[in-house]
Design a protein around this ligand. Structure first.
Ligand SMILES: NC(=O)c1ccc[n+]([C@@H]2O[C@H](COP(=O)([O-])OP(=O)(O)OC[C@H]3O[C@@H](n4cnc5c(N)ncnc54)[C@H](O)[C@@H]3O)[C@@H](O)[C@H]2O)c1
Length: 314
């Protein structure tokens, strides 16, 4: 059993995701060294984290004082200092293969062989940036969903050479810090979440482009329809409950129709022209200078939903 109160981790990159991971770890009692190559980013990270924690406090989502949680987060000025005494490194730097290759080479050189090296990459399979490393067996992707302190899904995606022990320890660690890890059994570009999100967006773009509905009405399909169920159960469980005798019964009733419809669904090129039209429709609803205020509204809605979910029986 992992003892979080004696665990220390490194968070590399103190941008949006690095700061969010620092909250996830520190609120569970883990000591966090945080490093960023930008002095400005590192300098402002504690005050940005404090503001996020204060919002969470308002919604009753914190079990401890803000100051206690903050006291576990230590900004440091070198990669070497960040890695001192840690059992896991969570990398959150920019999303390019070159940047990840260079950083993982440094991390593999600096960290003892028992330290897990985890990447937050949204799309890049582990094997693209770890193949040549002597310590490649301790590397894997641990892709969070933004923001991970409110949305618990973490996709663990090992390379073919990642050891079973690394995967097991990562599963144990992310579960212990109150995340919901899922295992991506074979490497695939975009893992699970972004592929599913991509499939939905592609179909919405096709329906929009072909004139079936406005962008606002297509959003309502999710917001007032599918999203309500999908916020607490998945599509497979949904169809299992949507026919009296379960999933086989559902497939017998509607499977052929879905199969026929899937033949009419196609790729989408995300053309600049279509995106421009959607942009115009969106800007009529929300002025561009209101986007950050509306993002804060989104985070508050998410916090209220998380609070509600935390109060439900499992
Ligand atoms: N933004 C999201 O919604 C989201 C969700 C899940 C995963 N991710 C992934 O998380 C990672 C970080 O994304 P973000 O949104 O936090 O980006 P960001 O731009 O907010 O932060 C990146 C930070 O990394 C720092 N950095 C860059 N190179 C560095 C290096 N070599 N060493 C130390 N620091 C370095 C930058 O100074 C910056 O502060 C990306 O791989 C991204 O794909 C992002």
């Amino acid at each position: 059993m992992i003892n979080l109160n004696t665990t220390k981790v490194a968070v590399i990159g103190s941008g949006l995701i690095g700061r969010a991971w620092a909250i996830v770890f520190a609120r569970s009692g883990v000591e966090v060294n945080i490093f960023d190559q930008s002095k400005d980013a590192l300098g402002e990270c504690l005050s940005l984290i404090k503001a996020l924690l204060e919002d969470k406090l308002k919604y009753g989502l914190l079990e401890e004082d803000v100051s206690k949680i903050l006291s576990r987060i230590h900004p440091v000025h070198t990669l070497e200092l960040a890695c001192e005494g840690v059992s896991l490194v969570q990398e959150n730097i920019k999303e390019t293969v070159e940047a990840k290759l260079a950083l993982f080479a440094d991390l593999d050189r600096i960290c003892p062989g028992t330290v897990i090296l985890a990447s937050s990459t949204s799309w890049l399979p582990t094997s693209l940036f770890t193949e040549k490393l002597p310590g490649r067996a301790r590397c894997l992707v641990a892709h969070p969903t933004n923001p991970p302190y409110l949305i618990p899904l973490v996709e663990l995606s090992p390379a073919p050479w990642t050891s079973a022990e690394t995967v097991e320890r990562a599963l144990e660690f992310y579960t212990a810090v109150k995340q919901e890890p899922v295992l991506v059994k074979k490497e695939i570009h975009g893992f699970l979440l972004n592929r599913v999100q991509g499939a939905v967006l592609n179909e919405m773009l096709n329906l929009y482009e072909e004139g079936y509905a406005s962008s606002a009405d297509l959003d309502k399909v999710m917001k007032y329809g599918l999203g309500l169920r999908w916020s607490f159960m998945g599509p497979f469980e949904t169809i299992d409950l949507n026919a009296p005798a379960g999933v086989t019964d559902y497939a017998a009733r509607y499977g052929q129709t879905y199969a026929d419809v899937s033949k009419t669904q196609k790729d989408n090129a995300w053309s600049a022209q279509v995106i421009k039209k959607i942009e115009n429709e969106r800007r009529e609803i929300l002025d561009s200078n209101q986007i950050s205020e509306r993002s804060r509204w989104r985070d508050n809605r998410l916090m209220a939903l998380k609070k509600h979910q935390d109060e439900q029986p499992k």
